[in-house]
Design a protein around this ligand. Structure first.
Ligand code: CMP
Length: 131
């Protein structure tokens, strides 16, 4: 049984898409173990995105993720890390396939509406930041 961390980014609540997106995970049979609505501080956002410090898009990434409330979830299931990543789609919505969450709801790489852990190790690190 694996665990993964999902963040529904501020645009999801601004656009009223949280229920729709959570329903996709529920329909797939992915269990939501923990969930909270929170607004990230710049410090927590930088900790979460520490691998991107120094990249040209880092500041806009932080500005966006702290721009409003987010939904943070721990989900679990067999192979949940890769299953969730496939459901989320490519980081760049311009190449995310229709049927994936980014492919259906996003057009901008910097505002790509959802984050999901990219490995079991990242999931453990990210879960410890938020829960
Ligand atoms: P996320 O899955 O939250 O993890 C890191 C984020 O950085 C990613 O989604 C994108 O929103 C953002 N990102 C990655 N690459 C770029 C890029 N080239 N330009 C702007 N934002 C990016």
């Amino acid at each position: 049984m694996q665990r993964s961390l999902i963040i529904l980014k501020p645009e999801v609540l601004r656009r009223g898409l949280a229920g729709e997106i959570m329903a996709r995970f529920e329909r797939r049979g992915i269990r939501i173990d923990e969930m909270k609505l929170t607004t990230l501080t710049p410090e927590i956002a930088a900790h979460h995105y520490q691998d991107h410090i120094g990249k040209p898009f880092f500041q806009s990434l932080i500005d966006y993720i702290i721009s409003g409330p987010v939904v943070v979830m721990i989900v679990s299931g067999d192979d949940v890390v890769s299953i969730v990543r496939l459901m989320v789609g490519s980081t760049n919505p311009a190449v995310a396939l229709p049927g994936t969450i980014r492919g259906d709801y996003a057009t901008s790489i910097s505002e790509n509406i959802i984050h999901a852990s990219d490995s079991i190790e990242s999931a453990a690190r990210e879960i410890a930041i938020f829960f």
